[in-house]
Design a protein. Sequence first.
Length: 303
Amino acid sequence: MQVAVNYPILARSQQDKTSYGFVFQGLNFYQNSFNIFAGLNAVDNKTNVELTFKALQATGLNCARMGAFKPRTSPYNFQGLGQDCLPYVFELAGKYGVKVIAMEVTHDRHISLISKILEQLGNPTSVLLQIGTRNAQNFELLKAVGSQIQFPILYKRGYGITLEESLAACEYIAHHGNDKIIFCLRGMKSQYADPHRNFVDFAHVPVIRRLTKMPVGIDPSHAVGNFARDLDNIPDIFNATAQGIIAGANMLLVDVHPDPKTALVDAQQAINLSDLESYLHDIEICRQAYLKRTALFEKIHHK
Ligand code: PEP
Ligand code: MN
């Protein structure tokens, strides 16, 4: 990999051990912090948004994911509720203490729309603008999200391009003025991924942290794509989550639903809200293990 040539703003120099990142809505998004964004892949109705936010609040989470503009393979698939759902999504987020919502935008007009509706409501919450894997090289969209600084960006790695190409795409965002970017791994399209939806690429978590100044996210839902369980009764999605966190992931983007079988998009990969507590417990074990590992190697390295 040719380091830094294609992403000079985002690259870190080899000797530099600084933990880079940013503060947003009073929350730390750094290369040594950890935030969980759980929520609906696609907003289907107001009740499910409320049930989801309520469950997040009950478990102490203050970030969420909510899909309103859905890029779908077929034009005959549910396309997302679009702008119609934004007022109640934002209002309910405020009601349940959700400070940041990761929300995909597929067109530059979605940025000003989100901003306008938030403002009309008195900014009860805020948004991390998500660039989906299908738009990983939509350079006009990347320039558009890069040309505003109201919202940070959650960039999802392109599922069929090289890591270098995805990093260069992020540089478009930074080059246009916004370097508050989280780089999210979400699996790579490959026939070898079968029976998973995508080939899980979370071994790249430490690579992104080493090469760039971006905090790194993981999306185990889209990576694994189904809720099968292993011999120990642990869902593959939980195991993939563990891999990413134990390797130092800084954020987790995950699909949950009050009643997964009725979800309108990616129903087979959503975690039932009733499993959320055990999932979070498992995550805490992994994060603690990560912190113990870094302490161990810090000690060895400084001997
Ligand atoms: C999503 O997070 O809802 C999504 C569509 O993800 P990706 O772009 O990674 O497929
Ligand atoms: Mn999806």
